[in-house]
Design a protein around this ligand. Structure first.
Ligand code: ATP
Ligand code: MG
Length: 592
């Protein structure tokens, strides 16, 4: 029932359409039963007239009424479905709208663990799942319960003996149905069924994305063990579930269709007992016509139950996705006019992870200076950097800009003051101009041109057929990784924020590109407060302070020279880095 309530809430003002639709559907069902009764009267008159089909006035009237009520039943049902669809589509669209609204408010870090594909799929598919239940099955709900009651009443009015007889299969089917549906087994199954589907979909996307890698490494598709495993486990689960119900379902189907086998012998006994051949035969026909109504209602209520379970599960999945609390907003948000950054004994743990990703980190980054984070992969550098623009909020301690806790800074202001260049850059499939102007939509053309110049992008733009107005990703316009990085730097330069956070912007590029990127970075960071993460240590030798991050802690800190003299982790890293550079050159020399 709580599922129903939740669904109703999503319908908003159209909530009223659900009971209306159920009412219409119930009236339609009653109108649908009327012809049976009228036929009983017609046949009764036929018997009474001794089989001479001289159509009396009554019989013609009955026939008209029967036809009329049959048509009314169809028309009313059509109306019921129309109303239920109007409401069901509203529920779907509101579910999508609500979920999207919540997603937009999620902390930025949420998008790390939830890819855009997964988010779309969960919202879109699960909202769609509610449709069958709301549009098609809910209108039948009233009818499903009303019809058997009316049918039962009718039956007892006409012949209580036959009425009792046809209750036998009904009782058997209800018992079997309770067995099938009861015990939470089917709910459990629905849960694992939907999880399994979701996994299969995710793995299928992963599979398609990985095809180039598979080809390059000459692997067969069986290297996609996860995809294969998902399909197999889905197959196994569904097969197992199906087989569990083999016997119960067979018995159920037999029972639900076995009225005739009970009614026929009881009717014969009745004829023998009462001697009223015509009367019993008449009732027998009526029962044969009416009893399928029972089986239909029972079948329907079974599917209804199933669809309700599915809809409940769907709502649960969307709720779970959007259940992350948005970052709390400060009661009196503040602005900042200085840009020094301070970490005060900061602890941070990712949701559902036990270990601290940041474990008691304190440091100060004075305005206009540069602090570099280095250290082994997985140490927590990216995490530390992301706490500044509130991808997540710290668990303990505080991150302060200009002495103000980032939690208390007006969110728009915070975003405006920080340029964040990510580890993996993202360009939109639109013109280069729009991509760059994303940093500052109100920038003039001169400002854009200047940013292009400073980010060393001139030669990239000149190469393109339409210059800045060339669309990326169309008509053979593809940018190399290094070129993309420079466009992203142009975007950041145009934003001209006083705080710059750089996450490994110089990785994976060739020496020529690296040189250009260094120049672009120099332009971007001039006079700014900079937090820089770099794996290539030559980019940070001039940093004002270098923090060596290990397992979420600051293991060492100092200037490049100071740390080299210390002969600790950093000096080892530096030696290894130097060797790797020499090794590359040495190798090239031998090859030449
Ligand atoms: N979204 C996330 N959810 C859960 N754990 C995460 C998430 N992102 C990172 N982690 C974990 O937090 C730890 C620190 O990761 P982080 O990305 O900060 O390391 P890093 O120092 O930037 O590494 P790299 O040099 O490879 O970029 C790792 O153990 C990582 O597995
Ligand atoms: Mg990182």
């Amino acid at each position: 029932m709580s599922t129903l309530k939740k669904l109703q809430q999503y319908a908003g003002k159209r909530k009223i359409l659900f009971p209306l639709s159920m009412l219409l559907s119930a009236i339609s069902a009653l109108a649908g039963m009327l012809p049976f009764v009228l036929i009983w009267f017609i046949v009764g008159e036929l018997f009474a007239s001794g089989g001479q089909a001289s159509a009396s006035g009554n019989m013609i009237a009955y026939a008209w009424w029967a036809a009329g009520s049959a048509i009314a039943s169809v028309v009313l049902y059509f109306g019921a479905l129309m109303l239920s669809h109007l409401a069901a589509f509203r529920v779907e669209s509101n579910m999508r709208y609500e979920a999207t609204r919540k997603i937009v408010q999620m902390p930025l870090g949420f998008f790390d663990s939830n890819t855009s594909g997964r988010i779309r799929k969960i919202i879109d598919d699960n909202a769609g799942v509610t449709h069958t239940f709301l549009a098609h099955q809910l209108p039948d709900l009233a009818a499903t319960f009303l019809i058997p009651v009316v049918a039962l009443a009718l039956i007892f009015v006409f012949s209580w003996q036959l009425g009792l007889a046809c209750l036998i299969p009904v009782v058997v089917t209800i018992i079997l149905m309770t067995l099938v549906m009861g015990g939470g087994k089917s709910q459990q199954f629905m849960k694992s069924y939907m999880t399994s589907l979701e996994e299969m979909n995710t793995e299928a996307v992963e599979y398609v994305r990985g095809i180039p890698v598979v080809k390059v490494f000459q692997q067969t598709i069986f290297s996609f063990k996860n995809f294969h495993r998902c399909i197999m486990s889905y197959n196994k689960m569904v097969m197992q579930y199906t087989l569990t119900w083999e016997k119960t379902m067979s018995a159920y189907t037999v029972a639900i269709n076995s009225f005739i086998f009970v009614l026929a012998p009881v009717s014969i006994l009745l004829i023998g007992h009462t001697g009223d051949f015509a009367g019993v035969l008449l009732n027998f026909f009526l029962f044969i016509l009416v009893t399928p109504v029972f089986s239909q209602s029972i079948m329907r209520s079974m599917y209804l139950q199933q669809a309700l379970g599915q809809a409940g599960e769907a709502i649960g999945r969307i709720d779970k996705l959007t259940g992350y609390a948005p970052l709390p907003a400060s009661a009196n948000p503040r602005t900042i006019d200085k840009f020094d950054i301070r970490f005060e004994n900061v602890f941070f743990r990712y949701p559902d992870v036990e270990q601290n990703a940041v474990d008691g980190v304190s440091f100060t980054l004075p305005q206009g200076k540069t602090v570099a984070l280095v250290g082994a992969s997985g140490g927590g550098k990216t995490t530390i950097a992301r706490l500044i623009p509130r991808f997540w909020d710290v668990c303990e301690g505080a991150v302060l800009i200009s002495g103000v806790n980032v939690k208390d800074i007006e969110p728009k202001e915070l975003m405006k003051r920080i340029s964040f260049v990510f580890q993996n850059t993202h360009l939109f499939k639109t013109t280069l101009l729009e991509n760059i102007k994303y940093g500052n939509p109100s920038a003039s053309m001169e400002e854009v041109e200047r940013a292009v110049e400073m980010a060393q992008c001139r030669e990239i733009i000149d190469k393109q057929p339409l210059g800045l107005h060339t669309k990326i990703g169309t008509e053979g316009t593809y940018l190399s990784g290094g070129e993309q990085q420079r466009i992203v730097l142009a975007r950041a330069i145009l934003k001209n924020a006083p705080i710059v956070v750089l996450d490994e912007a110089t990785a994976f590029t060739d020496p020529e590109n690296e040189h250009l990127i260094h120049r672009a970075l120099a332009e971007l960071t001039r006079g700014k407060t900079v937090l820089m993460i770099a794996h290539r240590l030559n980019g940070i030798v001039n940093a004002d302070n270098i923090l060596v991050i290990d397992k979420g802690k600051i293991a060492e800190q100092g200037t490049h020279k100071g740390l080299i003299d210390k002969q600790g982790i950093y000096s080892n890293m530096w030696n290894e880095y130097r060797q790797s550079v020499c090794w590359t050159i040495g190798k090239e020399v031998t090859h030449a």
